[in-house]
Structures are given as C-alpha cells and as structure tokens.
Write a protein of this length. Structure first.
Length: 176
C-alpha cells in the first residue's frame, strides 16, 4: 500500500470537519442557525458557517489562480440565512476537495498578506490546508457554544482539535 501524502491526509482531515458541520446543520434548524446570540458578540451560527465556507471557497479559487486572498470573500447573506443552502455549499466544497484529494500536490502558492494592498507572501497547499483545518475548528468551538446555549448538543468532538482528541485519548480523559 502506498503511503498517503501529507496533502492527502490534510484534505481528509478537512473533509472530516466539513462533514461535522453538515451534520450539525441538519440538527440545528433555521431558527437556531440564524439566531443572534448576545453573549457571543451578537453573532449567529450562520455567520460563523458563512465565514468558514468562504475561506474554503477562497482556497479552492486560489488553487486555480495560484494565489489566495482570504479577504476577497463574497460575504453571501444567503449562506448565513439558510442552513439548507449552507449545507449544499459545504457539500459542494466537500466534493471538490474529494476530487482533489488523491492528486493535489504540495506546490507553492502566493497569499495576500493581511489588508496590505498588493502585498503577497509565499505559502503552500499543505500550509493552507492546515490553516483551514485550524480555522474551521476554532470557529466550530464558538459554534458549539452557540448551539448549546440554544439547547442543541453537538457531537463530543465538534470544535475540538484532532491533537487535543489524541492527547485526551492517551490520558483516558473524556472529550469534555
């Protein structure tokens, strides 16, 4: 058996967290998805999911263009207003990543550096996949709190970093 490339492993880690998000969307319903939570900076689960989705869209677009600009997001209100639409977009991203998984090389890319106009720096496919994973899990942790505040309990590993889960398993500690 051929060992998996680091990019392949990173794509599959991202696919796993995207699937977690799709699963949560099926349980939340529109009211909890769009509700503004005052103790969470008056944000909504939908707003966080839109933010996550648009980062993946920027990454996928950037693969074709050779450069990624995470600031150049559409900020599509339909993604944060409709859990069904958000789920469909996440399914599309999942499909695109699945198609890329086996053949995507760890090649160099350019990335926009913050808000400095025209300033680019070097990065790689693997680095950006690791960023997307970390970024998604970070937002999922906030989403998990928002869901719980509204009486919806996400799965135990939702919003928990894979390295934390592995550590907890070695310590015989519950995920929560």
């Amino acid at each position: 058996m051929t060992p998996l490339s680091p990019v392949h492993v990173a794509v599959h880690a991202n696919l796993a967290v995207i699937r977690q998000g799709i699963g949560l969307l099926a349980e939340l319903g529109e009211a909890r998805f769009t509700a503004r939570i005052p103790i969470c900076y008056n944000a909504s689960v939908g707003g966080h999911l839109r933010h996550i989705v648009e980062h993946y869209q920027c990454f996928l677009r950037g693969l074709g263009e050779g450069g990624i600009d995470y600031e150049d997001r559409a900020r599509d209100p339909l993604i944060e207003g409709s859990p069904g639409y958000a789920s469909a977009i996440m399914e599309e991203i999942s499909h695109r990543l699945t198609v890329l998984a086996a053949t995507l090389p760890n090649r160099g890319l350019q990335i926009g550096a913050g808000t400095a106009e025209g300033l680019m720096t070097d990065t790689s496919v693997l680095r950006e996949l690791e960023f997307l994973l970390s970024h998604t899990i970070h937002h999922y942790a906030i989403v998990a709190v928002m869901a719980r505040v509204q009486g919806c309990e996400p799965e135990a590993t939702f919003g928990v970093a894979p390295s934390t889960i592995k550590f907890q398993q070695t310590q015989n500690v519950c995920a929560r």
